[in-house]
Design a protein around this ligand. Sequence first.
Ligand code: HEM
Length: 124
Amino acid sequence: MTSFSKRFLLCAVAYVVLGMALGTHMGAQQDFKLAPIHGHMNLVGWVTMALFAWFYNTVPAAAGDKLAQAHFWAAQIGMVMFIIGLYIVLNENMTGEPVLIAGELLTGISMLIFGYKVWKTDAT
Ligand code: HEM
């Protein structure tokens, strides 16, 4: 496994561990208010980042430039801002909205970079 790919995969595992812990907590408390955080942490944090890791492991040449670094940091900072902003908004405090929107934008940008990377990859 390449080190860049491993970075993505380690982040993915961190998100799913936190996401599962939150799911377990919600079930134990029978309080599902934070279900959207659980859903996004698991699907964007775990599933999406694991797919990024798979791509960079399969196409190591795609990992070697500044755009790949931008992809990684947009994805991580975006995910963290998304979770924090959503947490604040779900607690009925709209001051979290700009943080949530910034997180959404960064998450979207990270996916656009990924799309560009896939597009630029030569098919065999
Ligand atoms: C220990 C593992 C997990 C536990 C205990 C758990 C628990 C839960 C609970 C209690 C809910 C709320 C159900 C409700 O609203 O009635 C939920 C929703 C959900 N879970 Fe999990 N879950 C786990 C793992 C996962 C994983 C691995 C994924 C995705 C890869 C996932 C995706 C979702 C989604 C998409 C929702 C719906 C979120 C929403 O309604 O906004 N969960 N889960």
